[in-house]
Design a binder for this molecule. Structure first.
Ligand SMILES: *[C@@H]1O[C@H](CO)[C@@H](O)[C@H](O)[C@H]1NC(C)=O
Ligand SMILES: *[C@@H]1O[C@H](CO)[C@@H](O)[C@H](O)[C@H]1NC(C)=O
Ligand SMILES: *[C@@H]1O[C@H](CO)[C@@H](O)[C@H](O)[C@H]1NC(C)=O
Ligand SMILES: *[C@@H]1O[C@H](CO)[C@@H](O)[C@H](O)[C@H]1NC(C)=O
Ligand SMILES: *[C@@H]1O[C@H](CO)[C@@H](O)[C@H](O)[C@H]1NC(C)=O
Ligand SMILES: *[C@@H]1O[C@H](CO)[C@@H](O)[C@H](O)[C@H]1NC(C)=O
Ligand SMILES: *[C@@H]1O[C@H](CO)[C@@H](O)[C@H](O)[C@H]1NC(C)=O
Ligand SMILES: *[C@@H]1O[C@H](CO)[C@@H](O)[C@H](O)[C@H]1NC(C)=O
Ligand SMILES: *[C@@H]1O[C@H](CO)[C@@H](O)[C@H](O)[C@H]1NC(C)=O
Ligand SMILES: *[C@@H]1O[C@H](CO)[C@@H](O)[C@H](O)[C@H]1NC(C)=O
Length: 385
C-alpha cells in the first residue's frame, strides 16, 4: 500500500517535470519559428483620391505592367470595348457600373458602419445621373466648383457627422487606417459621395458619342485652375459643412518637404477649415488635433509651436475649442505597424513580444519553477499529513 502510493507520487512528479519540459520545448520551438518567419509589415501607403493632376494613373496602376497594352492617344476606338485590359490615361472603364455598384454597396451592405442616423436611402441611379450630367459631354477644363453641386447636395442631404469626423493633411494613409473605413471615425472618403468616386478617373469629351474621354484626360488646365479641384474641392467643402460637435484632425509633425504641418494651399486649409459650421444646432464645438511624428525622423513641429499656433488662433477665432495632442498611442501603434523596422518601433515590439509571451506561455521559467515546486511540495506535505 505504502509502496504503491510512493510510486504514484513519483509518477506524478515525473509527469510534472515532463510537462514542464514540454512547455519549455514548445516555447523554444515557437520562438524559433517566429524568428524564422518573415511576415510583411502592413502597409498603409494609400492611393490618393484626386481625380486628376497630383497622382497619375500610371502610379495607381503600376503593377503587372507586362500584362498591359499601351494604346496610342490617336486611337479613336473606345479602349474599354476592346475585350482585354488596356492601360490608358483616360476615364476609368466601367465608371458608371462602378459608381452605381459602390452606391448600392455603401447603402445596403455597409450602412451600419457609417452614418447610422440617416435612414433615408438615396436613389443610386439618380445620384449617378446627377454626376454624369455634370461631367459627361463637358470639357474637363470648363469644369469648376459649381459643376458637381447638385450631386453633392443630393448625396449629403440630411447627413450630419457628429463627433466622428476626421480630417487629415499630409497623413492620408495613417488617418485612413485609423478611421478604419468609417468604423472608428468618418473621413471625407467614407461618405457616400466620395466613396463612389474614390480612386476613379474621368473627364468629359465634347461632341463625342461616348461623352467621356477613355483614352486620355488632361493633367491640368492652364487657363482654369478650378477644374482640378472641381470635384474634390467641392467634396471637401461640402463635407466640412456637414460635420458637427468634436472633430479630429491628423497632422504630420515631421514633414520633410519643407511645408509646415498646417500649411496654406492644402485641401484642409483651403476648403475645409473655412467651411466649418460656427453657429447653429450642428456647429463644430471643438477641434482635436492629433500631431504625429514619424518613427526615425526628426520632430519638426510640436503642439503649441509654429504653424500649430496659427491653427489654434484661427480655430479660437471661430469660437471653437481647441486641443492638440502629440502622438496618441493608438496612432503610434498604427505608424509602427507601417514602419516595422524603425528604431523606436523595435523597442515597442520587444516589449509587446514579452507581454505576449507571458500572456500565451505563462510567466518566465524561473517563476514557473518555483510555483510548480511549491505546488508539488504542498501536495506531498498534504499526502503525508
Ligand atoms: C527551460 O528552458 C530554460 C532556458 O530557456 C532552461 O534554463 C531550463 O533548464 C529549461 N527547463 C527544463 C525543465 O527543461
Ligand atoms: C533556432 O534553431 C536553430 C537550429 O535549428 C538554432 O541554431 C537557433 O539558435 C535557434 N534560435 C532560437 C531563437 O532559439
Ligand atoms: C484591342 O486593341 C488592340 C491594340 O490596340 C488591337 O490590336 C485589337 O484588335 C483590339 N481588339 C478588339 C477586339 O478590338
Ligand atoms: C500616360 O501618361 C504618362 C505620364 O504622362 C505617360 O508616360 C504615358 O505614356 C501615358 N500613357 C498613355 C497610354 O498615353
Ligand atoms: C443621432 O442619433 C443620436 C442617438 O442615437 C441622437 O442623440 C442624435 O440627436 C441623432 N442625430 C441626428 C442628426 O439625428
Ligand atoms: C431612381 O431614379 C431614376 C432616375 O432618376 C428613376 O428613373 C427611378 O424611378 C428612381 N427610382 C426610385 C425607386 O425612385
Ligand atoms: C462655373 O462654370 C459655369 C459653366 O462653365 C459658369 O456658368 C459658372 O459661372 C462658373 N462658376 C464659377 C464659380 O466659376
Ligand atoms: C510625415 O511626413 C514624413 C516625411 O514627408 C513621412 O515620412 C511620414 O510618413 C509622414 N507621416 C504620416 C503619418 O503620414
Ligand atoms: C463641339 O461642337 C460645337 C458645335 O458644333 C463646336 O462649337 C465646338 O467647338 C465643338 N467642340 C469641340 C471640342 O470640338
Ligand atoms: C497663409 O497665408 C496667409 C496670407 O495669404 C498668411 O497670413 C498666413 O500666415 C499663412 N498661413 C500659414 C499657415 O502659412
Amino acid at each position: 500500500m505504502y509502496y504503491c502510493r510512493l510510486y504514484e507520487i513519483l509518477l506524478f512528479f515525473f509527469s510534472l517535470v515532463l510537462m514542464m519540459t514540454n512547455i519549455n520545448s514548445t516555447t523554444l520551438s515557437v520562438e524559433n519559428q517566429s524568428s524564422s518567419i518573415h511576415l510583411r509589415a502592413p502597409s498603409f501607403s494609400g492611393i490618393y483620391h484626386t481625380n486628376l493632376l497630383s497622382h497619375s494613373p500610371s502610379q495607381i496602376l503600376n503593377k503587372n505592367e507586362n500584362e498591359m497594352k499601351l494604346i496610342s492617344k490617336q486611337n479613336q476606338l473606345n479602349p474599354c470595348n476592346n475585350g482585354s485590359y488596356i492601360k490608358t490615361n483616360g476615364t476609368t472603364c466601367g465608371l458608371k457600373e462602378i459608381m452605381i455598384g459602390r452606391c448600392n454597396e455603401y447603402q445596403y451592405i455597409k450602412r451600419g458602419l457609417y452614418l447610422s442616423n440617416t435612414t433615408e436611402i438615396k436613389n443610386c441611379t439618380k445620384l449617378y445621373e446627377l454626376f454624369e450630367s455634370a461631367a459627361r459631354y463637358k470639357s474637363y477644363c470648363n469644369t469648376n466648383m459649381s459643376t458637381y453641386e447638385s450631386y453633392f447636395q443630393y448625396a449629403l442631404d440630411g447627413v450630419h457627422v457628429i463627433n466622428r469626423a476626421l480630417f487629415w493633411s499630409g497623413t492620408y494613409g495613417l488617418a485612413h487606417a485609423y478611421s478604419n473605413r468609417g468604423i472608428n471615425y468618418i473621413t471625407l472618403e467614407d461618405t457616400l459621395a466620395a466613396a463612389m468616386a474614390d480612386g476613379l478617373l474621368w473627364c468629359g469629351k465634347e461632341n463625342d458619342t461616348e461623352g467621356f474621354d477613355y483614352v486620355s484626360c488632361p493633367r491640368n488646365c492652364k487657363d482654369n485652375i478650378w477644374a482640378d479641384d472641381a470635384f474634390w474641392g467641392l467634396a471637401s467643402r461640402t463635407y466640412a459643412q456637414k460635420v458637427a460637435g468634436e472633430i479630429y484632425l491628423v497632422l504630420n509633425g515631421s514633414r520633410t518637404d519643407g511645408h509646415p504641418s498646417f500649411r496654406n494651399g492644402s485641401y484642409f486649409t483651403t476648403y475645409e477649415l473655412p467651411n466649418l459650421q460656427k453657429t447653429g444646432q450642428y456647429r463644430v464645438t471643438k477641434m482635436i488635433v492629433l500631431l504625429m511624428h514619424a518613427p526615425d525622423q526628426k520632430v519638426i513641429e510640436k503642439c503649441g509651436e509654429k504653424s500649430l499656433r496659427s491653427l489654434e488662433t484661427i480655430i479660437r477665432g471661430y469660437n471653437i475649442d481647441y486641443a492638440c495632442k502629440d502622438d496618441p498611442e493608438e496612432l503610434i501603434l498604427i505608424m509602427c505597424s507601417d514602419q516595422w523596422e524603425a528604431r523606436e518601433c523595435q523597442i515597442a515590439r520587444k516589449v509587446l513580444r514579452q507581454q505576449w509571451n507571458i500572456k500565451v506561455y505563462g510567466k518566465s521559467n524561473t517563476i514557473y519553477h518555483s510555483i510548480s515546486f511549491l505546488f508539488l511540495f504542498s501536495i506531498i506535505i498534504n499526502y503525508f499529513l
